[in-house]
Design a protein around this ligand. Structure first.
Ligand SMILES: Nc1ncnc2c1ncn2[C@@H]1O[C@H](COP(=O)(O)OP(=O)(O)OP(=O)(O)O)[C@@H](O)[C@H]1O
Length: 641
């Protein structure tokens, strides 16, 4: 939704053309003016779409996890704000005593007591404000931290194909910047309570001084709220536009830096800078829209305030002339009035800033609405002494937003003691099957089981401990060799790390590094060659020593000798565990006990599984084998169950 598209209907229903009343020309003109202030003056629609609008009540309901248990601090903050407002009321009342008891009679004798009281009140107010400041910061920082933690934990549960569709830069903006909007919502509630308390206290004091005059003053209040209500919707719209555009700009910068070498190789620096500048200009346009609105709002409110003050001053002079008020009384009345205007304005401003904060919070909630595919089971099954039998039964999978399924009706069985290769053309669905085998995604049809138990009935931790997946593009972290390898099993000893490195064929290269296991690999492992990076990821997978090893293209980037060494290792590992390797590499296919070929998302029946070749008839049976010539040590037919 662009910033000039009307948002969903607000709280008020306006009479339409057929309605009895239509807004006056002046109001319509003001509304059109305000809308033109908000209208974005930037090209393009930006990379990031607007977050869906969430009703305010739902915004608060959804923040309950962060707020629960924080009630006492919130109450303390409200009490502190009310107490400070009470002290201010007494301070103003003391001013009347100064005028009427000291200045008018020119008598200094009460001054000492009044001054002492002033100092005591100032000290108390200072102390309470100090506590208020610290407690506010504590509350807002902890709520922000909790929300960030929740967002990150949620993102960790989002299937990576869904997460990949989000722009990383924008997600980071939501996680860091937009989360802070919640503070405004929270402290807005506290400030609102304080403003309300001051309104009641000052209003009460004014009623005591002169109730008729006070009633006139109160007429100003609805005018403030009317003005802030007029502005709030527009502030929200402009805040949404600002945040959306900032997310787009960060996303462009992040993507451009992540693909820096690509940009340099193809000489696309100018285009990237232009793209960044375009998004940057959109941020500027949105910020200027906000600035125009921010600058207009106080002018309107100041005019309303001035009109109210002038009316009260006129009537106050009349009350003074009639003897209903003393001079001190009138001065104090006017002081209360100017003080009363403050909470009125604060409440109005609050409507406006809460509307803007809701815009930021909606963007955070949108992240929390991303589907999580990988739920923990409510009643997990415990698996002891895992054998490592894996069955894929009638599995299908369609990527989020994709038109066609990547897999349909796939059956496969893996048993310890056998090494299975997944073959097939690029894009046929091998990596997708790898994802299902490691429960990185769930199949909506059929199931994947480990020792007969559906992976969805096992704790994710159990799955991760027993099935290790090496992804095709396994990231290398900007950390030491040791930290990179032990990422899969924190606490592994150096000997175990060396053993895993040896299995991956990288031990000699690491030994040659001056810092050995402590050598830092740089961002995305840039201090390594492509093949070495692949081997770091392989060592990480092998360190887990799990019952099932699922490797996607593990020989990519390895020279022939290294590939042979790795295959020998895999063969050895396959003696007592299930190993499946997705690969195009003929060496891998030759080494496998069985080759399962995938074509356009389905397992191709192998010639060997023809009726004559005693196929596995069950849907859970191993579905296919490659043409005989590719076979190595093992057979091409049915797999033991
Ligand atoms: N994240 C994704 N979102 C949408 N579609 C995807 C995604 N990943 C893969 N696909 C699609 O799913 C199909 C299978 O892809 P997959 O990566 O499983 O193939 P593959 O056999 O592993 O290919 P390769 O040998 O090139 O790695 C392809 O058509 C691909 O375009």
């Amino acid at each position: 939704m662009s910033a000039d598209t009307p948002e969903r209907p607000g709280r008020r229903v306006r009479p339409g053309r057929s309605g009895a009343r239509r807004p006056g020309t002046a109001v319509r003109a003001l509304r059109a003016r305000l809308d033109s202030l908000v209208r974005p003056r930037a090209e393009g629609t930006g990379l990031i779409a607007d977050a869906p609008t969430v009703p305010f009540r739902d915004v608060l309901r959804r923040l309950r996890p962060e707020l629960s248990g924080r009630g006492p601090v919130l109450t303390l903050l409200v009490l502190l704000t009310v107490a400070v407002a009470g002290i201010e009321t007494v301070e103003i009342w003391l001013f009347q005593r100064v005028v009427d008891d000291v200045l008018v009679p020119v008598d200094v004798s009460p001054l000492l007591a009044i001054a002492g009281l002033y100092v005591a009140l100032a000290l108390l107010s200072g102390l309470l404000s100090w506590v208020d400041e610290v407690a506010s910061a504590w509350l807002s920082e902890h709520v922000s931290l909790d929300l960030r933690r929740r967002v990150l934990a949620h993102l960790h549960k989002v299937p990576s194909d869904v997460a990949d569709q989000q722009r990383a830069g924008d997600v980071l903006t939501r996680l860091t910047r937009d989360v802070r909007s919640v503070e405004t919502l929270l402290l807005g509630a506290v400030d609102g309570a304080g403003a309300l308390a001051r309104l009641l206290l000052y209003g009460g004091a004014m009623m005591l001084l002169d109730w008729q005059l006070a009633l006139v003053a109160f007429v100003v209040a609805p005018l403030f709220w009317w003005a802030s209500d007029r502005f709030a919707r527009r502030f929200k719209k402009v805040a949404k536009e600002k945040r959306r555009r900032t997310g787009s700009m960060t996303a462009v910068a992040e993507e451009s830096l992540a693909a820096l070498s690509l940009v340099q190789v193809h000489g696309r620096e100018r285009e990237e800078q232009e793209k960044f500048e375009r998004e940057g200009r959109a941020v500027v346009a949105a910020e200027l829209g906000a600035a125009r609105l921010r600058a207009t709002y106080p002018i309107v409110v100041d005019l309303l305030e001035l009109a109210g003050l002038l009316a009260v001053i006129g009537l106050g002079i009349w009350a003074l002339a009639e003897g209903r008020l003393t001079l001190g009384g009138l001065l104090v009345f006017l002081t209360y009035l100017s003080q009363l205007v403050r909470p009125m304005r604060e409440l109005g401003d609050l409507v406006v800033s809460v509307a803007s904060a809701v815009a930021g919070t909606e963007r955070v909630l949108e992240v929390l609405d991303l589907p999580t595919g990988l739920a923990e089971p409510a009643d997990p099954v415990a698996l002891d002494d895992v054998e490592g039998r894996v069955r894929v039964n009638d599995a299908s999978f369609t990527y989020h937003g994709a038109a066609a399924p990547a897999l349909t009706g796939v059956n496969l069985t893996l048993v310890p003691g056998r090494m299975v290769a997944l073959a097939g053309a690029s894009g046929s669905g091998k990596s997708t099957l790898v994802r299902l085998l490691g429960r990185l995604s769930d199949t909506p049809t059929g199931s994947v089981t480990l020792d007969g138990v559906d992976l969805r009935d096992l704790r994710l931790q159990t799955v991760r401990e027993n099935i290790t997946v090496l992804l095709q593009e396994a990231p290398v972290l900007d950390a030491s060799v040791r930290d990179n390898v032990t990422f899969s099993r924190p606490g592994a000893t150096d000997d175990e790390v060396w053993e895993a490195l040896a299995m991956a064929g990288l031990d000699d290269a690491v030994r040659a590094l001056p810092a050995g296991l402590d050598a830092r690999l740089g961002q995305r492992g840039r201090s390594l060659s492509g093949g070495q990076r692949q081997r770091i990821a392989l060592a990480r997978a092998l360190l887990v020593d799990s019952r099932v090893l699922v490797l996607d293209e593990p020989t990519t980037g390895l020279d022939a000798a290294a590939a042979q060494r790795l295959l020998a290792t895999l063969r050895r590992l396959a003696d007592d565990r299930s190993v499946v390797v997705a690969s195009h590499d003929p060496a891998v296919l030759a080494e496998a006990d069985e080759v399962v070929t995938i074509e356009r998302g389905t397992v191709v029946p192998s010639p060997a599984s023809s009726p004559d070749a005693s196929p596995d008839p069950s849907p859970a049976g191993s579905a296919a084998a490659a043409p005989g010539g590719a076979q190595g040590a093992g057979s091409t037919t049915g797999v033991a169950r």
